[in-house]
Design a binder for this molecule. Structure first.
Ligand code: ADP
Length: 312
């Protein structure tokens, strides 16, 4: 998968934000023995109080999402600060950073899930294919169909495998009849890599599957309503290594059709599955860019500290 990822990782382009590091062409040696030289200077060069200044490449050509100066408050708590970032089509963007840095808050901005949290307030501009999703006139049910979400803990409905997948197409009126619905269920389960394991027990409860199968069922349920973007909030944190590897392979296949934004606490996972990586720290987007570049040549000292394990 690493080779596939590297071959395709040149998709992002656009303006360079932040400051250029003098060693940016050569790449940093992040081995512990080499940590004392060539530290990025972006942090030192930042002007204190200048909000939203992110190192790296915040914009891409023809983005599916454009977020500009996005802030999220939970009551008085300023949880996400002046975040400006694009999400590219047919790519995986990984959001990494220490616990509490705002990764999930950022993810929830992309399908108005923060609306469900009492006291949460979002400012700034978030456009999906050029449409302002913050506009209160937007149908939030439609937005969540276009921008599906897979959660940390697999959460199948207490229904059959078939009905879990058929639920969304039914409520959105996507099937013309029974055989159409059967096709959608079959195709969605195939694309989620689950069909062969469940085709003979579609009427069995979804909750009877293993954890990894349940997560793939949830992915099938998300795919069934034909989303444009899939958000994943630590989708493998409840899974064993084998189930995790299956989900990671699936993510790699799904990006041929969808933009994916994944929150992960695992830097190895971010490196394996994503083409772009965004590093958050205390509510700020510190750095974003091509994953290979961010991991081998971070432009911000905080990013380097985090990926080399010096953080904390
Ligand atoms: P991460 O996903 O990086 O762990 P979160 O986005 O969950 O971080 O949280 C960012 C900050 O916002 C944290 O300080 C967290 O305590 C706070 N926070 C998250 N959700 C809520 C909430 N519902 N009410 C109040 N504060 C919240």
């Amino acid at each position: 998968m690493q080779e596939r990822r590297r071959a395709d990782s040149a998709g992002a382009s656009g303006s360079e934000g932040g400051h250029r590091h003098p060693d940016s062409e050569s790449g940093l040696n992040l081995k512990p023995s080499a940590r004392t030289h060539a530290r990025p200077t972006a942090l030192e060069e930042r002007t204190p109080g200048q909000p939203g200044q992110t190192a790296g490449q915040t914009s891409v050509d023809d983005p599916i999402f454009s977020c500009r100066d996005v802030n999220v408050y939970y009551g008085a708590k300023h949880a996400l600060k002046h975040v400006t970032i694009d999400v590219a089509r047919k790519q995986v963007l990984a959001a990494i950073g220490p616990s509490g840095c705002g990764k999930s808050t950022f993810l929830r901005c992309l399908n108005r899930m923060n609306d469900t949290i009492p006291g949460a307030r979002v400012t700034g501009s978030i456009t999906l294919d050029g449409q302002d999703i913050q506009d209160k006139r937007q149908d939030v049910v439609q937005i969540r169909a276009r921008v599906g979400m897979v959660f940390q803990k697999p959460n199948p409905f207490p229904k059959s495998i078939y009905d879990n997948v058929a639920y969304g197409p039914r409520i959105h009126g996507l099937a013309r009849g029974r055989s159409d619905l059967d096709d959608i269920v079959c195709t969605s389960l195939q694309r989620a890599g689950l069909w062969n394991e469940v085709k003979d027990r579609l009427r069995s409860p979804g909750t009877g599957l293993s954890g990894g199968q349940q997560q793939r069922l949830c992915i099938a349920r998300t795919i069934a309503v034909q989303p444009e973007v899939i958000l994943m909030d630590e989708p493998c944190s409840a899974l064993d290594p084998i189930a995790t590897a299956r989900i990671e392979d699936l993510i790699d296949e799904l990006r041929a059709s969808y933009a994916i934004v994944i929150v992960t606490h695992s830097m190895q996972q971010a490196a394996r599955v994503s083409q772009r990586t965004a590093y958050f720290h205390m509510g700020e987007l510190i750095e974003v860019g091509e994953t290979d570049r961010v991991f081998t040549n971070p432009r911000h000292r905080l990013t380097e500290d985090y990926i080399t394990g010096r953080f904390g």
